[in-house]
Design a protein around this ligand. Structure first.
Ligand SMILES: Cc1cc2nc3c(=O)[nH]c(=O)nc-3n(C[C@H](O)[C@H](O)[C@H](O)COP(=O)(O)OP(=O)(O)OC[C@H]3O[C@@H](n4cnc5c(N)ncnc54)[C@H](O)[C@@H]3O)c2cc1C
Length: 241
């Protein structure tokens, strides 16, 4: 499998995911396939030759030569505003990957799976939830998704579908604004809310936590306080505070 080379990637589709995020579908000839949870590096080259590289998780998994990225715009960022606002169908980017062999879920492990996302950190966890559903293991997976408000949730409709009919166990956590009729609390996840939403530590779940660095560290520390073994908690930090 060649992962070290830059490959041309043609934008096949762009879809609004939230007011600040888009899902980009890219055709990548020769793509070697990926496991759920992996990421790519994306390289942009300006007309004057200036290049910028950033990492983006794959919402897709498997062997198709079509991959999916979910990008949330960081205000004043260099790359994400371009990907969210300016990229058009037919544009060419370059990608390298798949990258990352640690933050990966493969079917068949037997342990329950706990997915915990903050913001755009849901992207690789959607790949894992899709993989679990495709493997008939959705009922052993839970997703806790923390967002500022209901409009900030990427993949909301698909996540609700994956959670339907004995599928992935789903808990929403709202940090700033809750939907009308919400009777839970609003604010940063605390130990009590985490305990109520995630598989109990005694079940020894495989835990995947992804999102902004501060969110990931806060959640990982809380999970350890709740008795989860540090070696079963895998984290992916997207940056920021
Ligand atoms: C393995 C990996 C996978 C990633 N996957 C995704 C993904 O699926 N979707 C996605 O939207 N992003 C993802 N990211 C983050 C992405 O790589 C960029 O960091 C992000 O898009 C910002 O790039 P930028 O050029 O717009 O901002 P920059 O110009 O690089 O940064 C501008 C400012 O924003 C801050 N900043 C950078 N990243 C963040 C952040 N995540 N949150 C808050 N502040 C930040 C910087 O510290 C800086 O002050 C991933 C990062 C990693 C390491």
């Amino acid at each position: 499998m060649i992962v070290g080379a830059w490959r041309p990637a043609r934008v096949a589709d762009v879809a609004a995911a939230t007011p600040t995020a888009r899902v980009l579908t890219l055709d990548v000839p020769g793509w070697p396939g990926s496991d759920a949870g992996q990421h790519v590096d994306v390289r942009l080259t300006a007309e004057d030759g200036y290049q910028a590289v950033r990492s983006y998780s794959l919402g897709s998994y498997g062997s198709a030569e079509r991959i999916e990225l979910g990008v949330d715009e960081i205000p004043d960022g260099e790359v994400s505003p371009y990907l969210v606002r300016d990229v058009r169908v037919g544009d060419e980017l370059e990608v390298k990957g798949p990258l990352g062999g640690y933050f990966v879920w493969r079917p068949g492990g037997g342990a329950p799976v706990q997915l915990i996302a903050g913001g755009s950190g849901v992207v690789p966890l959607v790949a894992m939830a899709r993989a679990a559903a495709d493997a008939g293991a959705a009922a052993s997976a839970r997703l806790l998704y923390s967002v500022r408000g209901p409009d900030a949730a990427m993949y909301r409709d698909e996540i609700e579908q994956l959670a339907g009919h004995g599928g992935v166990g789903l808990t929403w956590a709202y940090t700033r604004r809750a939907p009308e009729g919400w009777d839970g609390s609003v604010g940063r996840l605390d130990d009590e809310r985490l305990r109520g939403a995630v598989w109990d530590a005694t079940l020894r779940p495989d835990v995947f936590v992804c999102g902004p660095t501060g969110f990931v560290e806060h959640v990982a520390d809380a999970l350890v306080r709740l008795g989860h073994a540090p070696e079963r908690i895998r984290t992916e930090r997207f940056g920021g505070g």
